[in-house]
Design a protein around this ligand. Structure first.
Ligand SMILES: [Zn+2]
Length: 229
């Protein structure tokens, strides 16, 4: 392992990540125990929203794991985790509605969602390979121009990762905004139940902010380390 003082920059990012994750777990645990007054399950909430929006070509399936809920635009399928799919809790309604928010984005060709989709491969490659190339370039700096080139490629790959995390923010915020509007308008949740749904989705939003913040710190750290070698 190569040590450099600039790694300390990552500490606030790590703290924010842990804090955001504890917020999500807290909100989820709290509101997954409270049933909604209407008693609709996550799957029923998703079905009701899609039906109201006139969307018939999107399937709703259960998926293994906790908080593994997502919308797969390729398969046109909303996958809800076990704790959401069959649960009539406030958390289940919020999460199911959020995933339907992504379905609506897909239907409407929401710009940020399209940009995000094109950045997925870059983010997958860059998050691992970017820092590795920078580190490799520093360790083999005796190679001169070649090592500088490797470092620059590594940094450019990581810029792609940052772009992905930044574009994820409006996509997630927008899906939650749509979700809260829909569960209120369709009467799926009543009165103060909407507040609970909002706090679940807000906690989830913080994890995306924390991830983006951490990635930006990582880029700054890579830049400092590669300039002060
Ligand atoms: Zn989402």
């Amino acid at each position: 392992m190569y040590y450099h003082w600039s790694y300390l920059l990552l500490v606030p990012g790590t703290i924010l990540m842990f804090w955001a994750q504890s917020q999500v777990r807290g909100a989820y645990q709290r509101y997954s125990k409270v049933s909604s007054s209407l008693g609709m399950t996550g799957a029923e909430v998703a079905r009701a929203i899609l039906q109201r929006m006139g969307i018939q070509d999107v399937a709703i399936e259960p998926v293994a794991g906790e908080l593994t809920d997502h919308y797969d635009p390729g398969a046109k399928t909303v996958r809800l985790s076990q704790g959401i799919y069959g649960s009539s809790s406030l958390a289940a309604a919020a999460v199911a509605a959020h995933e339907c928010g992504h379905v609506l984005q897909d239907k409407q060709g929401y710009t940020f969602m399209n940009i995000r989709a094109t950045l997925v491969p870059a983010a997958n490659i860059g998050s691992q390979l970017g820092p590795l190339l920078v580190l490799g370039g520093i360790i083999f700096s005796s190679l001169g121009a070649i090592s500088s080139l490797v470092i620059n490629i590594g940094i450019m790959l990581f810029v792609g990762v940052i772009a992905f995390h930044i574009v994820t923010l409006p996509v997630e915020f927008d899906a939650s905004r749509r979700a809260l509007k829909l569960i209120d308008e369709l009467g799926i949740l009543q009165g103060s139940e909407n507040k609970a749904a909002k706090s679940v989705l807000q906690a989830a939003a913080w994890t995306y902010v924390a991830t983006a913040f951490y990635a930006v710190l990582q880029l700054i750290q890579l830049l400092i380390m590669s300039r002060n070698r």
